[in-house]
Design a protein around this ligand. Structure first.
Ligand code: PLP
Length: 406
C-alpha cells in the first residue's frame, strides 16, 4: 500500500480548512453584493465583513476592530507599514530592521536605501538567530522613523522580544512594526497589552485563503494609504473588499483561537520527536535557531556536506514535502540569508531543511520522516565529494562545525 503524502511545509502555506472554505463559498455566488452598495445585497455582505473583523480582532487581542486594515497579504501589509511611517514621521528618514527578515521587508528596505528614500540599519543576529540588542540600541536615534522586526522567523521559528523592542523604539520616538505572518495563529497574542504600533499577518499561513492579509494599526497611529481610490477600509486601503477572503480569514482566525491551546503543545511534541529522532539517527546533523524561544511548529535541521535541494528531491519522491532556505540564484545555489546571518557554516547551511508542522500533522507523519530520512542522507553523502573529503583522508574531523548548534 502506498504511503500517504506527508506535508511539513506549513510555514510556506497551509491547507485551507474545509470549514473556512464552507464559510467563504456563499460569498462567491448567492451573496455576491458589493459591501459598499446601499441595497440588501450589499448590506448582507457588509454585516458578514463586520463579523469577520471581530473574529480577527479576538485572535489578535486588539482593542478595536477598526484597528484592522485588510490587505492582499503579508507582503502588502509590510510595505504599507514601512512606507507609511516614512511618510508620516516628520523629520525622520531612518528604518531599522533585522538581517533575518522576510524579503517582503528586506527587498523593500534595500530599494529605499538604493533610491535614497531612507537610511537603513540592518541589525545582526547571533548564532541562535537572536537579535543583537546592543546594536539595536545604538541604531535607534532621533531620525528613526520606524523599526520593523519580525515576531517569529519563518525559517528557524526563533521568536523576537517584540514587546521590549517596541518599548525601546518608543523611547526614541519611533514607531514599531512587526511582521507577525508566522506568529499569528500559532502563539497567543494580546495586542492591547503591548506597545506594538503595527503588525502584519497573512491568511494562508493559518489555514485561511491566499491573497488576503491585514495590517493591524493601533488606534492613534497615523497611516498613509499605499493604494488609493475608493473609501474602503476607512480610506486606508482602496479597492472593493475581497469579501470571500476576508470572511475566510475571519473563520480561520476563529478556528486558530479555538485550537491554539491544545495544538501548541501537541505540535511542539511532534516537532521535538522529529528533531530528536533525526539527530539520533543521522550523524553530522544539528538544529539551528533558538531552542528556548521559538515557535512550536518549526524545526530547522542542517545535514552537513550535502545539498538541501537534493534532499528535498529525494524526500519528494517519498511523498514528503518540506523546504530548504536556499534559493537558486543565477545558477549558483546560495544558502539561506537567515542561516548565513547566523554564521552557520556553508557546509551545513547548504544542507538545512525546514520542517514546519500544523494542526493537521500526526504522529504517523513523524514516523514516516524518521523512517526514510537516514537512508536519503546516507545515499546523498555517498555521492558527495564534500562528505568524502571532510577530513582529507577518509576519517572524520572533530569539531567540523560550531558546537553551539548541536
Ligand atoms: N513575512 C513572512 C515572515 C513570511 O513568512 C511570508 C510568507 O512566506 C510573508 C511575509 C509574505 O506573506 P504573503 O505571502 O501573504 O504576502
Amino acid at each position: 500500500m502506498a504511503n500517504d503524502p506527508v506535508y511539513l511545509d506549513n510555514n510556506a502555506t497551509t491547507r485551507c480548512d474545509p470549514r473556512v472554505v464552507s464559510a467563504m463559498l456563499p460569498y462567491f455566488s448567492e451573496q455576491f453584493g458589493n459591501a459598499s452598495s446601499m441595497h440588501a445585497f450589499g448590506s448582507e455582505v457588509g454585516g458578514a465583513l463586520a463579523r469577520a473583523r471581530k473574529q480577527l480582532q479576538t485572535l489578535l487581542g486588539a482593542a478595536f476592530d477598526h484597528e484592522i486594515v485588510y490587505t492582499s497579504g503579508g507582503t502588502e501589509a509590510d510595505n504599507m507599514a514601512i512606507l507609511s511611517a516614512l511618510d508620516t514621521q516628520r523629520g525622520r528618514d531612518e528604518v531599522i530592521t533585522s538581517a533575518v527578515e522576510h524579503p517582503a521587508v528586506l527587498s523593500l528596505v534595500a530599494h529605499l536605501e538604493k533610491t535614497g528614500a531612507a537610511k537603513v540599519h540592518i541589525i545582526p543576529v547571533d548564532a541562535k538567530g537572536r537579535l543583537d540588542m546592543e546594536a539595536y540600541r545604538k541604531a535607534l536615534g532621533p531620525r528613526t522613523a520606524i523599526v520593523s522586526i519580525m515576531w517569529a522567523n519563518n525559517e528557524t521559528g526563533t521568536i523576537f522580544p517584540v514587546e521590549k523592542l517596541a518599548e525601546m523604539a518608543h523611547e526614541a520616538g519611533a514607531l514599531f512594526h512587526t511582521d507577525a505572518v508566522q506568529a499569528v495563529g500559532k502563539i497567543p497574542m494580546d495586542l492591547k497589552e503591548t506597545g506594538i504600533d503595527m503588525l502584519s499577518l497573512s491568511g494562508h499561513k493559518l489555514h485561511g485563503p491566499k491573497g488576503i492579509g491585514a495590517l493591524y494599526v493601533r488606534k492613534g497611529v497615523r497611516l498613509r494609504a499605499l493604494i488609493r481610490g475608493g473609501h474602503q477600509e476607512r480610506g486606508r486601503r482602496a479597492g472593493t473588499e475581497n469579501a470571500p477572503g476576508i470572511i475566510g480569514l475571519g473563520m480561520a482566525a476563529e478556528l486558530a483561537a479555538e485550537h491554539m491551546h491544545e495544538e501548541q503543545t501537541r505540535v511542539a511534541a511532534l516537532r521535538d520527536r522529529l528533531e530528536a529522532g533525526l539527530l539520533a539517527s543521522i550523524s553530522h546533523s544539528f538544529t539551528t535557531g533558538d531552542p528556548q524561544t521559538r515557535l512550536p511548529n518549526t524545526a530547522n535541521v542542517a545535514f552537513e556536506y550535502i545539498e538541501g535541494e537534493a534532499i528535498l528531491l529525494l524526500m519528494n519522491r517519498e511523498g514528503i514535502a518540506a523546504s530548504s532556505g536556499s534559493a537558486c540564484t543565477s545558477g549558483s545555489l546560495e544558502p539561506s540569508h537567515v542561516l548565513r546571518a547566523m554564521n552557520v557554516p556553508y557546509t551545513a547551511a547548504h544542507g538545512a531543511i525546514r520542517f514546519s508542522f500544523s494542526r493537521e500533522n500526526t504522529e504517523a507523519d513523524v514516523d514516516r520522516v524518521l523512517e526514510v530520512m537516514p537512508q536519503i542522507i546516507a545515499r546523498l553523502r555517498e555521492m558527495s565529494p564534500f562528505w568524502q573529503a571532510r577530513d582529507g583522508d577518509g576519517r572524520e574531523t572533530e569539531g567540523a562545525f560550531n558546537p553551539t548548534y548541536a
